[in-house]
Design a protein around this ligand. Structure first.
Ligand SMILES: O=C1O[C@H](COP(=O)(O)O)[C@@H](O)[C@H](O)[C@H]1O
Length: 231
């Protein structure tokens, strides 16, 4: 796994946006489209704001969610609400193909299956071109949360947590789908990520993030997150 240490959170966002922009150009030129899954939390929004300024073939980009809270439409805790707030008024709002997780469905198990089918259809081979991941200070990533049976799902690409996590049940991409992605991009900023960054680099199997494939992964971390690694 490659690690890039950058001076600040702003620089992490900028470099990540440039990295994604290059991948979009490359994939659209090669196969005509690009598939991407974005996490929620704190880190992706600045990167997305920068990306939105790029003149890219957005109509050919298909954006999926990595995870979502089971909560009503427009709920401020939802990752989709934050995404829409971030891209409001930008070209991404009208041109990007966004696939929201249907967390308001009556039958959530069916909604998981349907989401997995959409990913299969759009990607054609079941492999997303890029998955962006964050890392919680308890070692969770996506909504693969410590101690939840969702971490053991091996036969489905999208699943539900068995219990609420930070107050809400969640829908999440599972390890099989995440680990099949062509590329995985971790964004880690802030001092509170220092210990988990170390464990992620050691592929510590005791934290959910440590079980994500490292072969195709790249980490952009800022100096506070990587402070133990800087001499
Ligand atoms: O709950 C969540 O948190 C993680 C970590 O977020 P971050 O604040 O470190 O960016 C995030 O990856 C996940 O999608 C989100 O639902």
């Amino acid at each position: 796994m490659e690690l890039k240490i950058l001076q600040s959170a702003d620089e992490v966002a900028r470099q990540a946006a440039l990295f994604i922009a290059d991948l979009i150009k490359e994939n659209v030129a090669k196969k005509g489209f690009f598939t991407l899954a974005i996490s929620g939390g704190r880190t992706p929004w600045e990167m997305i704001k920068i990306l939105a300024q790029e003149n890219l073939p957005w109509e050919k980009v298909y954006l999926f969610q990595v995870d979502e809270r089971i909560a009503p439409e427009g709920n401020p805790e939802r990752n989709l609400t934050q995404l829409f707030t971030t891209i409001q008024g930008t070209r991404l709002m009208t041109r990007l193909n966004i696939f929201p997780m249907r967390v308001i469905a009556e039958n959530l198990e069916e909604a998981c299956e349907e989401y997995a089918s959409h990913i299969q259809e759009v990607t054609r081979n079941g492999k997303l071109d890029l998955i962006h991941l964050g890392l919680g200070s308890d070692g969770h990533t996506a909504s693969l949360v410590p101690g939840d049976a969702v971490c053991e799902v091996a036969d489905r690409d999208v699943a539900l947590t068995t219990s609420p996590y930070q107050g809400r049940q969640r829908m999440t991409l599972t390890y099989p789908l995440i680990n099949r992605a062509e590329k995985i991009l971790w964004l880690l900023t802030g001092e509170e990520k220092t210990e988990m960054l170390q464990r992620l680099l050691n592929a510590g199997q005791e934290i959910p993030a440590g079980r994500v494939s490292q072969n195709q992964a790249l980490i952009f971390a800022d100096e506070p997150a990587a402070k133990n690694l800087i001499q």
